[in-house]
Design a protein around this ligand. Structure first.
Ligand code: ARG
Ligand code: ZN
Ligand code: CA
Length: 327
């Protein structure tokens, strides 16, 4: 047994050429037996230096490897288009906290990213509740994903925030956006009164204030029912990707989406299905379970195919938010 262990150790030395200080007491139960090994040097680098000095092609290969390695590491912090065409949006979460409870945990932040990925891929568990009549116009997978690449935290004295974008300005106690043309910036603040969240639309792409803001009780999975399932952010990111409220912010107004039935107005709470709205003398069953209505988190669980098309237009290579693709 001891022999086997030593054999494995010797093999590691020969193949990995471990550095001098990697030979430690813990690897040497006898103590001191490997003192010789501690003085042994690793000639790999010297041998390699000689090869590179005499072989320009090997030199070029080594430089290529360094470049692609650096690019690979950098890419992990950027957006990208996956093989199936899915656009993965890199997200920066900016947390402003006055109390320790407002300094939300990494787990709460990740729970929000997970909710976004479920909702935007149509894999949310409650998608099974989509009424049969709306299944054929359901977005399913929108082809948009989210990846948390950075969290910025800052203490503040501000107790309640307003929709004046102060949270986005370091000069006003906020946090400046991280390159808003390449990253979706989210700000999480302690409180905004009755406002759960707000967003900029695509005409603000890349501006200093571009992104979405949520109050901490409504960011990620929380205990703040009925807004406890992270759907406020799903809704705000919908605006960020050019979705309008499903009722068109007026009486029987348009959201510029054909497959969302015209609604007389917005809905709250947990409406029972079906709900009939009369617009222009026509009675229609409305899609109140859409993320762009105002119902409770537990009562919203779908985007429509038409909404997907609008969002895709924004993140497409030709779209105004193409910068999120980093290609
Ligand atoms: N901007 C809306 C508000 O602040 C968000 C509504 C989100 N609805 C929801 N069920 N989470 O009122
Ligand atoms: Zn809204
Ligand atoms: Ca519509």
């Amino acid at each position: 047994m001891k022999k086997m262990l030593f054999g494995a150790f010797a093999l590691a030395m020969a193949t990995a050429c471990t550095s001098d200080n990697a030979v430690t007491e813990t690897q040497d139960p006898q103590g001191g037996d490997f003192a010789v090994a501690e003085r042994r040097s690793c000639p790999s680098e010297e041998i390699r230096d000689e090869m590179l000095a005499n072989d320009p092609a090997a030199r070029a290969r080594a430089a290529d490897i360094e470049n692609s390695t650096a690019r690979f590491i950098q890419d992990k912090t950027l957006g990208r288009v996956l093989a199936d065409g899915t656009v993965e949006i890199p997200v920066v979460v900016n947390v402003l906290y006055r109390t320790s409870a407002e300094n939300i945990s990494d787990a709460q932040i990740q729970s929000q990213i997970d909710v976004l990925n479920a909702d935007y891929s149509g894999t949310n568990a409650d998608a099974t509740k989509i009424p049969t009549e709306f299944k054929s116009v359901s977005a399913g997978n929108t082809g948009i994903k989210f990846r948390l690449v950075k969290t910025v935290r800052k203490a503040t004295k501000t107790r309640s925030w307003r929709t004046n974008d102060a949270m986005k300005k370091s000069s006003q106690g906020g946090i400046d956006a991280t390159n808003p043309s390449q990253y979706l910036n989210m700000w999480v603040v302690g409180d905004m009164g009755s406002i759960l969240g707000y967003a900029t639309f695509p005409e603000s792409a890349g501006l200093w204030n571009d992104g979405v803001v949520m109050a901490k009780n409504y960011f990620g999975k929380t205990s703040a029912a009925p807004y406890n399932l992270g759907r406020t952010t799903t809704h705000e990111v919908g605006h960020y990707l050019n979705l309008r409220h499903i009722w068109g912010d007026g009486t029987c107004a348009t959201d510029y989406v054909d497959d969302t039935p015209t609604q007389a107005s917005n809905n709250y709470g947990t409406p029972s299905y079906p709900q009939m709205d009369v617009c222009g003398g026509v009675s229609r069953s409305i899609m109140f379970m859409n993320y762009m209505d105002y119902v409770d988190d537990a009562a919203m669980y779908m985007f429509s195919a038409g909404q997907k098309a609008r969002m895709q237009a924004i993140v497409a290579a030709s779209g105004v938010r193409a910068g999120l693709r980093n290609l």
